[in-house]
Ligand binder design. Sequence first.
Ligand code: FEO
Length: 172
Amino acid sequence: MFSTKVEEALNAQINAEMWSAYLYLSMAAYCHEQGLAGMANWFEVQFKEEQDHAMIIYKHLVARGGRVKLAPIAEVETEWASPLAVFENTLTHEKKVTSLINELYALATEEKDYATQSMLKWFIDEQVEEEENVKTLIDNLRMIKDNGFGLYMIDKELGARTYTQAAPLAKE
Ligand code: FEO
């Protein structure tokens, strides 16, 4: 059984993860427009991963008799000043998600919801990895500044990223 507070917070987090997916798909489209197909691929993988995050919470609610209530997904940005700006926006957003996950964990602890705490542990580790990856990309982009060859090389590298289903879904 879920407490009303935890159930509502988990539904809000499903929405936040779907919003993240939407944001990254919008970023992918922007990158395509800039001729950066590799970066677009990186964001398309990100888009899929965010949908996995929403599904992990969805399945957790369903498995324990909770109610899933899907809310509208708010509009996302469609324009950025540069590829660097896109990744800076990504880091700001991921930091926001980290604080949402931390708040959720604190709530689950307060409500003595041990199963939800256990489910959220995967997200806590995932956020550390997400922030670290984006920080590295921002450092690289700052290093190359306006160097076209540098951008070409980073784009090529990001084009190699492949999607792997999130571990909590893959083990089913
Ligand atoms: Fe679902 Fe990028 O955190």
